[in-house]
Design a protein around this ligand. Sequence first.
Ligand SMILES: *Cc1c(COP(=O)(O)O)cnc(C)c1O
Length: 394
Amino acid sequence: MTDKTGKTLVRRTAWPVSSSRPVVTPLQASVVYASASPDALDQIYEGAAPGYSYAREAHPNADVLATKIDAMEGTGGGFITGSGMAAITAMAMALLKSGDHVVGGNQLYGRSMRMMAEELPRLGVETGLADPTDAASFAAAIRPNTRVVLLEVVSNPTLRVSDVAGIAAICRERGILLAIDNTFTTPRGFQPYDHGADIVLHSVTKLLAGHSDATLGYVSAREPDHRAAMLGTAVTLGLTPSPFDCWLAERGLYSFELRYDRAEANAGALADALAEMPGVRRVLYPTRPDHPDHNRAVALLGARGGNMVSFEIDGGRAAANRLVKAAGQIPFAPTLGDIGTILSHPATSSHRALTSERRAELGMSEGFFRVSVGVEESGTLIEEFATAVASAMG
Ligand SMILES: *Cc1c(COP(=O)(O)O)cnc(C)c1O
């Protein structure tokens, strides 16, 4: 690129000077940062002067977002990763080595399950699964070389509530690190560091960012050594995020509490309405008295039932197809935490790899649906589901 006289225009134009400052966090896309001198660069690397050098190591949009989520979780030093799975990878690669053992809940997020079943064993890390609603099951799964327990507070998609207190007590007693994936419950619904967590993980992709337009994760630790180890691993393995995704997520985060509270109120109302609809065999919502872990849900989550509702209809796959068609305005897609309601069918998506026997054991038939409830006006939402269920029963 040259000007009219042939002189280069490739050198970047200086940023326009302004005596006012932007209200919105600037999006800093730069991959590299220029320093004034080798001495100045040296100081940045030594931590003697503030500054960035290369975006895989750190960049302002990630730091701004991480600081916000840290504050919500009541911690410091957390960092952002390129996805929720990248956060779990950073944790596993930094804190586990060949010969260690890790125990996970037996209803973890699908890819976390695959990491336990395939990736970690391939690297010499032994893995086991246990029933998170039963601390005795975890006690039985633990071995002398168990280093980490990976837990979700509310399981996907059957919304079972983990015995966090019981499992945290076992971890504390045996010196095992308790890593809690707080994606479903969010810092608004549950505070893992108040319940014995050593590591907190998020898929920021879901409720925190909230608009299904950015894929990101977050991880923090109680111990500074663990934080430093995870960050070093994340930077080396390239698990760090894009500035634009961080910028989008920060924008979404400002409305997180409003979205969450509204979606949660809608979810409670939808659960109660579904329970009354002919053809609905059962409804799962943590704060409903008929939930299998109701007492624990109340003790752990109080009135915070969250935005997820699951239900089962009569009539198997054929009825399920009719329900999805009749609910045409509600996206049928395998994600959660969007601003709008999203419907998913675990038997054909997240849990398709399981045998139908295993799905039946977990209570996930062909008529089983999971709803990630959004912020719509509640009456409309209930009407849409009433129509969809009635069509399914057709
Ligand atoms: C989605 C999800 C993940 C993975 O997050 P990505 O951002 O999709 O990589 C991990 N844990 C839970 C509970 C999730 O819902």
